[in-house]
Write a protein that binds this ligand. Structure first.
Ligand code: FAD
Ligand code: PYC
Length: 416
């Protein structure tokens, strides 16, 4: 591990970091690999890492049309929790939380995982019933979650206004093992570790077509940097997954929407946890830089525009200011959007496809960051074994045909 003194850091900064070792190689695409992963977000990079680390598949490439982490991985609000309703989801998301707990050590890269607790507010009798149902279901599945009175919620998050307001706080569900992590570090940590195992990370390489043999199996990908052959292709491209899968003739039950977030000017540490409200479509935490990280609901209309509608963030900010009156005087610094891929049951699709050799990991909608290590881990297993890992076995594409839906709309937590 490289160590730096304050002086050496200053010198490096002033000299444009000349002489620093890049964290991963600038790889040139080879003509063929044993496997290709399309999408250099956390899920794609993590998949490549676990393929190399746990399945000894090292002749692989991650193809990214832009820069790694430039998609939703680098645009999300980093909330991590595993308080979903159904047993299938509890297994998947809690597998991820367990991997988060040691990820910095696994990758030797500080992903700044912070289990500061995620508080989900209830504002109506219906909210209370739904939240309590989640608490009971989570505990039955071995996932921590507890019900707090309004006073206990305020004790946990002292800035919370539980007075007589438009959105009264009637209680909250608290998952103490939930929290946040640093999104860029997750992409960079997986990239560096995968590269060290021999994985080629190829940025500025857009997949524009997928070729198949007469048998139907995948043969190669057409890219802006030439044709690349591989007998296994895994797609983890979030909001653009349906576009890529269409290149192989596979239709997916996905709709892509913009989801936006925004940050305030930085302030001293005042906000100790994560607070979310499904009903008012807003959630908030404070980053280690001091900015308040605030998110809103998805736009109402499908689109590939990486910005959200103004009235949506306006609504979220009004609600945040009512719940936390002291934030009224804060200035917002910037906002942005990402394109999220939403399935009819708000659960992901992870597994094989009707095309031999083609695998897909998508449908994470507004909530896939939290799943990154768990999703990547089981997706790598699926690609290596050509069959699903027991944890992702229920998350098939076929469930939409067979009716075995895993309806997590109420746990998804962000309106969509
Ligand atoms: P991405 O990080 O989007 O990676 C996919 C990559 O594929 C992109 O880099 C893209 O450039 C690349 N790509 C696309 N097409 C091609 C092509 N043709 N060729 C090559 N590459 C291609 N989740 C949470 O759990 N907690 C949160 O708090 C949270 N907040 C969010 C807030 C916002 C504003 C947004 C937008 C999302 C949020 N999410 C959250 C969701 C989460 O960000 C995503 O589910 C997750 O990051 C998806 O990761 P990924 O690796 O699958 O996708
Ligand atoms: O899935 O927890 C979540 C989430 C929070 C904000 C956006 N998604």
């Amino acid at each position: 591990m490289q160590r730096f003194s304050a002086l050496s850091l200053l010198k490096a900064g002033l000299s444009g970091q000349r002489g620093w070792t890049p964290q991963w190689r600038t790889a040139e695409p080879k003509a063929a690999y044993d496997a290709i992963i399309v999408g250099g977000g956390g899920h794609g990079l993590g998949t490549a890492y676990y393929l190399a680390k746990e399945h000894q598949l090292t002749n692989i490439a991650v193809l990214e049309k832009g820069w790694i982490g430039g998609g939703n991985t680098g645009r999300n609000t980093t909330i991590i929790r595993s308080n979903y309703l159904f047993g299938e989801s509890a297994a998947l998301y809690d597998h991820a939380v367990k991997l988060w707990e040691t990820l910095s050590q696994t990758l030797n890269y500080n992903v700044m995982f912070s289990q500061r607790g995620v508080l989900m507010l209830a504002h109506s009798v219906h909210d209370v019933q739904v939240a309590k149902r989640h608490v009971h279901a989570n505990r039955a599945n071995g996932v921590d979650n507890e019900w707090l009175t309004p006073q206990a919620a305020q004790a946990f998050c002292p800035l919370l206004n539980i007075g007589d307001i438009r959105y009264p706080v009637l209680g909250a569900a608290l998952q103490r093992r939930g929290g946040t992590a640093r999104h860029d570090a997750v992409a960079w940590g997986y990239a560096r570790a995968a590269d060290a195992l021999g994985v080629d990370i190829i940025e500025n390489c857009e997949v524009t077509g997928i070729r198949r043999y007469g048998s139907g199996a995948v043969q190669s990908v057409e890219t802006t940097r030439g044709l690349i052959r591989a007998p296994k292709i895994g797609v983890a491209a979030a909001g653009h997954t349906s576009v890529i899968m269409k290149m192989a003739g596979v239709g997916l039950p996905l709709e892509s929407y913009p989801l936006q977030a925004l940050v305030s000017e930085p302030i001293k540490p005042v906000f100790p946890c994560v607070v979310m409200s499904n009903t008012i479509h807003a959630y908030i935490s404070q980053s280690d830089k001091g900015e308040l990280v605030i998110g809103a609901g998805t736009d109402a209309y499908t689109s590939y525009t990486q910005r959200g509608a103004l009235h949506i963030s306006g609504h979220a900010l009004e609600a945040v200011c009512e719940l936390f009156p002291m934030f009224r005087r804060l200035r917002m610094l910037r906002n942005w959007g990402g394109i999220v891929d939403v399935t009819p049951d708000r659960s992901p699709i992870i597994g094989k496809t009707p095309v031999p050799g083609l695998y897909v990991n998508c449908g994470w909608g507004t909530g896939g960051f939290k799943a990154t290590p768990g999703s990547a881990h089981v997706f790598a297993w699926t690609i290596a074994h050509d069959e699903p890992h027991p944890i992702n076995a229920p998350f098939t594409l076929e469930r939409f045909r067979d009716g075995n839906l895993i309806d997590e709309a109420a746990a998804a937590a962000v309106a969509h």
